[in-house]
Design a protein around this ligand. Structure first.
Ligand code: GDP
Ligand code: IMO
Ligand code: MG
Length: 420
């Protein structure tokens, strides 16, 4: 069977920490979509680690990690990450498996990402510039190169052919930066990649499931960045919702058991695009400061705002969430009063639904206020000790959403998670 942990907002909900927390209960941790645009933070002892390509179960010796076919893989990032985890005694040759169907991010994909964003000017998406969009375009355009292709002699020829195609596009963008260093790094890194366990991911996983092994699928980004259901076009290029697990790993829907959605106790977003509850004032600034809301991949300041129940309800519906982990509850410790958006007014009309187009209409959030708890909650271990105001906040979420908050995260540390 397969359980899923994924983000319910615009990414950075704290998925890395939560996957790391639950990893010891699983045999396999598998990434099913996205690529190095992800930045998943976890702590090993007091050491902070940010993972971009490798699943967040990598620090648990008994778990195997799989990069699924739905991921786009940058060999250069993978090599850097391998060196990072090697410092902790982790050898990826032992506990990382990569699907041969996983598409590769080429240096020209990164160049195309940059060129396309520059060309968009004011309306740019705010991409992480890791080459995600162009790599998925080559996948759906049936041009892309896959990890399995690396094992064939014709790889360099295939690479040159695709590179030429990309060069024409880059010329159209008038992009003439020298990417030869990126190419050198790429060719060094693919030698390392070839030395890892490259497998048929779908048989690998289904055979393990057949043997009764437990799989945890680790989502990247968040539901509101989903290519189909997110705030298009300000989204990423993959299906971030639970449906993405099936095509990103090759497992059937009946195999999926729990869908654990991760949501912050408030909202953040990095990059462009609509964000109805955004606070562009000192309250937003305070959330950013207290929550240390700066991107784990790009270091950009994250936009901050209040909890949005319209978006969260939508995400729970799309994912079929069975439970919610609410992270960063401790960040709200310092607030006298909290707001939760319960519905939107769009062009003067009330609604509880996410509209087709969030950029063209004026969306005004309707708020309900809650009393803050004004206590340092980060030391709490026992749910009985949670402040009454926090319990009331969570009770309201439970009553408004299709499933309940089952865990509260009250700090970045591995042990700062309370089962309620
Ligand atoms: P991910 O992309 O969903 O894995 O999340 P990120 O790692 O990008 O961002 C989450 C940030 O919040 C990281 O810096 C985490 O260390 C931190 N974090 C996670 N959970 C908590 C929490 O409950 N409280 C606080 N204060 N920080 C947290
Ligand atoms: P994790 O897994 C937050 C955002 C980018 C941009 C948009 C498109 O750490 O939660 P892309 O690079 O995919 O072309 O960028 O999506 N974005 C993320 N925001 N967390 C992420 O991942 C993100 N991955 C992409 O900022 O707005
Ligand atoms: Mg992140």
């Amino acid at each position: 069977m397969v359980d899923v942990i994924l983000g319910l907002q615009w990414g950075d909900e704290g998925k890395g920490k939560i996957v790391d927390y639950f990893a010891s209960q699983y045999d396999i941790i598998a990434r099913f979509q996205g690529g190095p645009n992800a930045g998943h933070t976890l702590y090993v002892g007091d050491k902070k680690i940010v993972l971009h390509q490798i699943p967040s179960g990598v620090f648990h010796e008994q778990t195997v990690n799989l990069i699924g076919n739905g991921v786009v893989l940058d060999p250069v990032t993978l090599l850097k990450e391998a060196e990072k985890v090697a410092a902790f005694g982790i050898d990826l040759k032992k506990n990382l498996f990569i699907s041969e169907r996983t598409h590769l991010i080429l240096p020209t994909h990164r160049a195309l990402d940059k060129a396309a964003e520059l060309a968009k000017g004011e309306s740019k998406i705010g991409s992480t510039l890791k080459g995600i969009g162009p790599a998925y375009m080559d996948k759906t355009g049936r041009n892309g190169l896959r990890v399995g292709d690396l094992l064939h002699k014709s790889f360099t020829q295939q690479y040159i052919k695709l590179r030429l195609k990309h060069q024409t596009l880059l010329d159209n963008f008038n992009f003439n930066e020298d990417i030869s260093v990126w190419e050198e790094e790429f060719f060094d890194a693919i030698e390392f990649l070839k030395s890892l366990n490259i497998v048929n991911g779908e048989y690998f996983l289904n055979n393990k499931i057949g043997e009764g092994k437990k799989v945890l699928a680790e989502g990247a980004q968040g539901s509101m960045l989903d290519i189909d259901f997110g705030t298009f076009p300000f989204v990423t290029s993959s299906n971030t919702i639970s449906a993405g697990v099936c095509n990103g790993l090759g497992v059937a829907p009946q195999k999926i058991r729990e869908v654990i959605g991760v949501s912050k106790a408030y909202c953040t977003r990095v990059g462009g695009g609509p964000f109805p509850t955004e606070l562009e004032d000192e309250t937003g600034e305070k959330l950013r400061k207290v929550g240390n809301e700066f991107g784990a991949t790009t270091g950009r300041p994250r936009r901050c705002g209040w909890m949005d129940l319209v978006a969260l309800h939508y995400a729970c519906m799309l994912n079929g969430c069975t439970q919610i982990v609410m992270t960063k509850a401790d960040v709200l410790d310092a607030f006298e009063e909290l707001q939760v958006c319960t519905s939107y007014q769009i062009d003067g009309k009330p609604t509880n639904e996410i509209p087709f187009q969030m950029t063209h209409s004026k969306i005004e959030p309707v708020y309900q206020s809650f009393k803050g708890w004004n206590t340092d909650s980060s030391f709490i271990k026992d749910p009985a000790d949670l402040p009454a105001e926090m319990k009331a906040y969570v009770a309201f979420l439970n009553q408004s959403l299709p499933c309940d908050v089952t865990y509260i995260s009250n700090g970045p540390g591995r042990d700062q998670l309370i089962k309620i």
